[in-house]
Unconditional design. Structure first.
Length: 87
């Protein structure tokens, strides 16, 4: 079976335009934090989003607690890593 060709995301030109809102969200045990809300269909290749953040996509919602980050690959996949020690 032949592998399908995956469409590649565009690279950022200037600042990424995925940020659509900011609001307070609760993350235990830290409490409420100012949180960026991103539109998943506007995330571009090589974009990095630091938590706390929420990425709203058509098929899922990705929650990035404080101390994490998501790196977008060229096909829309997200790699989430902890940047700080977990409590």
């Amino acid at each position: 079976m032949d592998r399908p060709k995956l469409a590649a995301l565009e690279r950022a030109r200037g600042l990424p335009q995925s940020l659509i809102a900011r609001r307070k969200c609760f993350f235990a045990p830290q409490g409420y934090a100012d949180t960026e809300i991103h539109a998943g269909d506007r995330v571009v290749a090589d974009q990095m989003i630091s938590g706390p953040a929420i990425i709203q996509r058509a098929g899922d919602t990705v929650v990035l607690p404080p101390g994490t980050r998501a790196d977008a690959d060229h096909h829309g996949g997200l790699t989430i890593t902890w940047t700080e020690a977990r409590l």
